[in-house]
Design a protein around this ligand. Sequence first.
Ligand SMILES: [Zn+2]
Length: 472
Amino acid sequence: MNEQLADIKKDFSQWYLDVVYKAELADQSPVRGCIVIRPYGYAIWELIRDRLDTRIKATGHQNASFPLLIPESFLKREAEHVEGFSPELAVVTHAGGKELEEPLVVRPTSETIIHYMFARWLTSWRDLPIKINQWANVVRWEMRTRPFLRTTEFFWQEGHTAHETAAEAEAEARMMLKEYIDLAHEYLAIPVIAGRKSEHEKFPGADLTLTYEALMQDGKALQMGTSHLISQSFARAFNMSFQDRNGQQAYPYLTSWGATTRLVGAVVMTHGDQKGLILPPKIAPIQVVIIPIYKAGTDATVINEALERIKQTLSPWRIHVDAAENLTPGAKFYHWELKGVPLRLEVGPRDIAQGQVVIADRITGKKQVVAHDDLARFVDVSLEEMQTTLLERARQRLSAQWHKVAKLADFAAQLEADNGLYQAGWCGDAACEAILKQHKATTRCLLNEKTLTVCFQCDKASIGDVLIAKAY
Ligand SMILES: [Zn+2]
């Protein structure tokens, strides 16, 4: 129990903020809606980023960098895109002491400027595919912000590709969705549900938006990331034509896909408990924290020698020795539990004399005595097991809060009171979808299955199952 934190069961929303700030993941900034990501939070993001970057390169993409500022006219070239993003744009009108001839938009996303460049680079089918990724910060003027989940400025990667055929582009968009799902399962230990967004929920300017969604502990859904098939109208708007294999002018098929610092928020909300954060070992900046227990009358050199041996034994892992002298062991335990470190190792004089250490894991808090000779194996197995346990726990929660339902009239009260995911039939009409707003819910994604025959709202036949939830 950490009394510094709001009650996770009664006030999840405040609990989340408490964990983010008190575990030193982020701090409030003087700029409205923007956060400062502190070193510990940034280290988690770096581990996520490194894994994703490796996979982006392994699947044939190259990193590049495009300008932060985009001519305003670029945004206006594609009608749906400008309509979707206009309310969120930050615009630079003055620079160098003068009013600019053409205002510049701080990128909310980079399709337009990247497509402008693709048009310059593309002349023949031989130039395709183009597969680019950018790691960047973007700005969307959000009215209601929440650290990591929705901030005015956020960090992400945005992949942008151009292909000769529609089939190739769709395969690309699906491949990257799968990469994101693997990242969520294998690294973040978060089970997700994939599907496509409705017309109303899709990316402005996309023909198809694929999404993967997770369920947080409070039963609200979180869109983890998206992968889009971009409309060819972008290619036309930016004169991105090329000579195809038959010598005809053609337009390429485009994709874009992104994952953001929101994933850090997802980890907090999926795994944390009343003691604070719980980090999946694969993305924990510190996997094992080592706490020496100095007792009155013990020879510090004995403990320090033991610490050196342990550091060597555990060198394959990310470890930290907390040797601060001004804090009691109890205060240190509490601090590292709040920060979600998977394993805590206690090194006291009596244990050293017996060639052993005491290890506690962050999920159960259970203490075990481990012989020094067995330490490396024990840590290896424990971290592996914790990674699996976290995913399994989240899976069980997901299935417990996933309801198959028929009519909105019957499940609306439950949706409002308990949150959760509701799988229903849908006729595909925007009017039926819009009614969900009255219950503060939206369609999260259309599933690739059809188990219900009638729409949740009207009497028309269902076009396929849809997932409904309240969402962040
Ligand atoms: Zn309907």
